[in-house]
Design a protein around this ligand. Structure first.
Ligand SMILES: *Cc1c(COP(=O)(O)O)cnc(C)c1O
Length: 411
């Protein structure tokens, strides 16, 4: 068989380019990480050739004796890692996983309580432009204007008033721990199903650095490619009572054939996350994020909720007289990747909001410690101060390249 380089030099070159970009850039996008070589080998394997609609031992195609073993390993390791009763490892990504859950336990028009997008929620938690908001009746809770925190008494008030069929806890941009137990108590009080979407913090939970909702919640979804450091994909975990409905909701309800090469990568990532090393990683991710938050605040940046308990933070860039988009663009020029973000009660538009979301998972994988993260903040601060000085930004770009050379990724 011909290699990629021989078959398609254009794509080969672009992959080289992207690899270089990753090697010589600082990755602070809170939802990104670097998988291991082992995970990439599994996802780049001949398993991509197989069709295996159905589940282990119950397939609609022949030749699945090996695939069954792969999927079963992924399931067993997922159960061990999170302590769940049932695991479906077939979701292609986070949004389809959530879609499968809604399809499994809701009817169109049913009421769900979820965190508002511009307060830290996710598109698939009921935003009006997303299938979730189009098909289901999402009622949203918010964070408090003064503290930036979710007030659980208010969540309870809304739950009692609205009587949702399901309560959804989870976020894409909230830097504080969630009171899972209290969510479950509120749901029990109003007779609602509990769903947690731990996409962002799954790695911190797997690494035992923050509390796990799996013992309390009926259904828990997560992506596998964020803090969990696996391939791009997702899993759904649930109590046995929901297992049949969830499996049916995903296939044949939502998806066709699973991506077996990616599921093999998930199995590898779960094995990696079961090692003691990964628990150290999860704790370091939080320490590094807290070091960044403290240094930013020392330099006069306002952080939503005043700090972080996890891997991310949302910075109110208007505290430095610059918008989130301007900050993102300036940082991109020096080789630091971040994502602009709305802040709660934002007065600016979503395409050019007030906030910037950053996170520590990728730099921690690369071996940065707290001192290294303080250094990154120093560079961020100088970049923001010099955001319209192209010559200064060029100088900082060189500094980033030197810093990246001290933390090799693929070289
Ligand atoms: C990232 C994320 C998702 C979506 O995952 P995709 O793989 O991008 O579809 C869903 N929910 C939450 C909370 C997320 O952070």
């Amino acid at each position: 068989m011909k290699s990629l380089q021989e078959t398609d030099s254009k794509i080969f070159d672009l992959i080289q380019k992207e690899t270089e970009r990753q090697e010589y850039g600082i990755e602070l996008i809170a939802s990104e990480n670097y998988t291991s070589k082992a995970v990439m080998e599994a996802t780049g394997s001949p398993l991509t050739n197989k069709y295996s609609e159905g589940y282990v031992g119950k397939r609609y195609y022949g030749g699945n004796e090996v695939i069954d073993l792969v999927e079963q390993l992924a399931i067993d390791r997922c159960k061990e890692l999170f302590g769940c009763e049932h695991a479906n490892v077939q979701p292609l990504s986070g949004s389809p996983a959530n879609a499968a859950v809604y399809l499994a336990v809701l009817n169109p028009g049913d009421k769900v309580l979820g965190l508002k997008l511009d307060h830290g929620g996710h598109l698939s938690h009921g935003h009006p432009v997303n299938f979730s908001g189009i098909l289901y009746n999402f009622v949203q809770y918010e964070v408090e204007e003064g503290t930036g925190l979710i007030d659980m008494d208010k969540v309870r008030e809304i739950a009692i008033r609205e009587k949702p069929k399901m309560i959804l806890a989870g976020f894409s941009a909230y830097s504080r721990n969630i009171d899972w137990k209290r969510f479950k108590e509120i749901a029990d009080e109003v007779g609602a199903i509990t769903m947690a979407d731990i996409s962002h913090v799954a790695g911190l939970i797997a690494g035992k650095a923050i509390e796990n909702p799996v013992p309390y919640f009926d259904i828990v979804t997560t992506t596998t490619h964020k803090t969990l450091r696996g391939p791009r994909g997702a899993v759904i975990m649930c109590k046995n009572a929901f297992a049949k409905a969830i499996d049916k909701g995903l296939f044949p309800g939502m998806q066709g054939g699973p991506h077996d090469h990616v599921n093999a990568g998930k199995a590898v990532a779960f094995l990696e996350a079961l090692q003691p090393d990964f628990q150290r990683y999860a704790k370091d991710v939080i320490k590094n994020a807290q070091a960044m938050a403290a240094e930013l605040m020392k330099r006069g940046y306002r952080i939503v909720s005043g700090g972080t308990d996890n891997h991310l933070m949302v910075i109110d860039m208007t505290s430095k007289g610059i918008s989130g988009k301007e900050a993102e663009v300036a940082l991109e020029k020096v080789g630091i990747s971040t994502s602009r973000s709305t802040i709660p009660f934002d007065t600016r538009k979503p395409m050019d909001p007030s906030g910037l979301r950053i996170g520590s998972p990728a730099v921690t994988t690369r071996g940065f410690d707290e001192a290294g993260c303080v250094k990154i903040v120093d560079i961020i601060d100088r970049t923001i101060n010099a955001h319209d000085d192209e010559a200064a930004l060029k100088g900082i770009r060189q500094e980033i390249i030197e810093l990246c050379k001290k933390h090799p990724l693929y070289k």
